[in-house]
Design a protein around this ligand. Structure first.
Ligand code: TYM
Length: 320
């Protein structure tokens, strides 16, 4: 079984990235052949500063390794180190109906928020399909926001197979962990770099605490009972606390007498503790940038050898 997923180096990684994709992906590295990459081609749709892009790639690599990606188990690489993906992307483009892309929510959301409607942004799902299909992937662990893109991938693979021969491309399945499919941000909307509502994984304690203090709450007075089923604080706490701890918090919500400020303090402590061991690992990796570069280089070499075979199969099939 081959497992594949990617993450864009478009800013600091946050709790949504971690619980939606990184943690499930890290758990899956023991269950099959895992391929995880830093989607730098994709992030060119939003990051136009070259120095910032390079720094982001380095930071994402360090964060993912610190969180537990094990390069002895998973192939870890930079997307642009395997330029074959752009050729497959073109081959898929040639069979991709415009309507399939026009229906994609992500493009509509991004342009509605003021991002320029570039061709790259529009064709983003095709490059993502190429990422997935280039490695004969079976399982794609992602958050809910990426489900539609995996569906587009399946449609394109089925169409290629129909046109050029059954079995040409492997049909992948999304793997979405329901309990963290859409992690809320501090304002209650989906946590996202572009909504400015994130809690980054590796900020200072001061900044993290400040962001948590900024979580949106209603104006229920301290002494009154509160509804735990409608609380961003409880939703985030559930990701980092044990079921027993969650129950205690929910009970305190219902009972009244505790203010939101207090619950936010508990949430901060739980988040801070959860990432404590990873912070230590991160500091070590940060001091060894050469080691990180070597991991990505070795990963690219392995990824490229798989990609070359699949691409050559597809080139042959289409008549190139
Ligand atoms: P990116 O960088 O936007 O997101 C990386 C992963 O984090 C998940 N995610 C979330 N999950 C739950 N709750 C949230 N609030 C949240 N925010 C982000 C995303 O669903 C994603 O899994 N297009 C991909 C990158 C990519 C890719 C691929 C993924 C490029 N090629 C091929 C899989 C296979 C993306 O959105 O990355």
């Amino acid at each position: 079984m081959r497992i594949l997923s990617g993450i864009q180096p478009s800013g600091k990684l946050h709790l949504g990235n971690y619980f939606g994709m990184m943690q499930p992906a890290i758990a899956l590295q023991d269950e099959g052949e895992a391929f995880y990459f830093i989607a730098d081609y994709h992030s060119l749709t939003t990051v136009t500063n070259p120095a910032e892009l390079r720094q982001n790639v380095r930071d994402v690599a360090i964060d993912f390794l610190a969180c537990g990606l094990d390069p002895a188990k998973a192939v870890f690489f930079r997307q642009s180190d395997v330029p074959e993906v752009t050729e497959l992307s073109w081959l898929l483009s040639c069979v991709c109906p415009m309507g399939l892309l026009e229906r994609c929510h992500s493009y509509k959301d991004k342009t509605a928020r003021g991002l320029e409607a570039t061709h790259g942004l529009f064709a983003y799902p095709i490059l993502m399909a190429a990422d997935i299909l280039l490695y004969d992937s079976d399982i794609v662990p992602v958050g809910k926001d990426q489900k539609q893109h995996v569906e587009v991938t399946r449609d394109l693979a089925l169409k290629m197979n129909h046109l050029y021969g059954e079995g040409l491309l492997r049909i992948p399945q999304p793997r979405i962990r329901e309990s963290s499919a859409a992690v809320p941000g501090t304002d209650g909307a989906k946590m996202s770099k572009s909504y400015r509502n994130t809690i980054p994984l590796f900020e200072t304690a001061k900044v993290t605490e400040k962001l948590i203090k900024g979580i949106k709450t209603d104006s229920t007075p301290v002494e009154d009972p509160k509804d735990p089923s409608d609380s961003i604080i409880v939703d985030l706490f559930r990701l980092v606390a044990s079921p027993g701890e969650v129950e205690v918090m929910e009970e305190a919500f219902r009972k009244g007498g505790t203010g939101y400020g207090d619950f936010k303090k508990r949430l901060f402590s739980a988040i801070w503790e959860h990432f404590e061991p990873m912070r230590a690992g991160r500091a070590e990796l940060e001091a060894n940038p050469d080691q990180v570069d070597a991991i990505l280089r070795a990963g690219a070499e392995k990824a490229r050898s798989v990609a070359a075979k699949v691409l050559s199969r597809v080139r042959q099939a289409v008549g190139l």
